[in-house]
Design a binder for this molecule. Structure first.
Ligand code: SF4
Ligand code: SF4
Length: 266
């Protein structure tokens, strides 16, 4: 079975869950409650590490309960890489739909071409953007990066619509970001999303990583063309940009003959 099929199943289940959870709460079933900013599953509290970091930075207080709530997401990140992005984030799911529609309509993808210098340039841009967000937050005292967290907004809007029957202006932010995907290929996840950038700080090369496990391959370049992060999966699977989507593994023609490009733990 293709990795993409498994991934799309996980993404669909997540999208359904963000509506089902508030429905359960309306029916007074509270085993799971919250949004992607912060969620309780039974007795376990799970929060977006970026939201927690901003909150502690704004209050200048280190809260042990808040720190405990980021243990699970950070442990997952260390063990499985940025699977949050490509397997669960609803915004990523929508960007894949935008790409699918662009292909069907014969529109240009406008994907940047890969170059060896691209990953470090993109990293510089992403981290400067994140840093600017922290500086703005420090000056005005408002966690501005939460206001542009696409997964947080989508899940909190799902909660608002189920519980109260309306949506708020924040949804417009997601629509605008998503609309621009028509013109700039995967620009949000590649360059701007503060949630994804912050999570990638916990990337661990010993966790799940795409690697070329043979010395030689046909060098067809299919994996590079397929990579939505615009990196070279044969050599840069361990980079901060890779979100373990597995598209490169699915597309690799050599994998049909022998293991060539794979997820590995080392
Ligand atoms: S980079 Fe941000 S919007 Fe993109 S998939 Fe990751 S969390 Fe979601
Ligand atoms: S290197 Fe492979 S797994 Fe990583 S983002 Fe690119 S296509 Fe996805």
């Amino acid at each position: 079975m293709k990795i993409k099929t498994l991934r799309h199943t996980a993404q669909t289940a997540t999208l359904i869950a963000i509506f089902v959870i508030p429905f359960m709460n309306v029916w007074e079933l509270y085993f799971i409650k919250g949004t992607f900013y912060s969620m309780d599953i039974g007795d376990a509290a799970i929060a977006d590490p970026l939201a927690v970091f901003q909150s502690m930075l704004a209050s200048r207080i280190i809260n042990i309960h808040m720190l405990a709530s980021v243990v699970i997401p950070i442990a997952l990140m260390i063990l499985l890489g940025r699977v949050w992005c490509s397997w669960f984030c609803p915004y990523y799911f929508f960007t894949e739909w935008v790409e699918f529609c662009k292909k069907k309509l014969g529109l240009k993808l406008r994907k940047p071409s890969y170059s060896a210098a691209y990953p470090s340039k993109a990293s510089r841009f992403r981290f400067i953007f994140l840093l600017i967000g922290f500086l703005v937050m420090a000056v005005i005292g408002v966690p501005v990066l939460n206001l542009i967290s696409a997964p947080g907004i989508i899940s909190s809007q799902a909660l608002v619509v189920v519980k109260f029957g309306y949506v708020t202006f924040e949804l417009l932010i997601v629509f605008v970001i998503l609309f621009l995907e028509l013109f700039y290929y995967r620009y949000w996840c590649r360059l701007f999303c503060p949630t994804g950038t912050f999570l990638s700080l916990f990337r661990n090369k010993h966790g799940m990583t795409v690697r070329k496990v043979t010395d030689t391959c046909s060098m067809c370049g299919s994996c590079i063309k397929a990579c939505p992060a615009v990196i070279n999966p044969m050599t840069e699977g361990g980079s901060l940009h890779c979100h373990n989507c597995g598209d490169c593994i699915d597309i690799c023609p050599d994998n049909k003959k022998r293991d060539t490009l794979k997820f590995t733990f080392r």
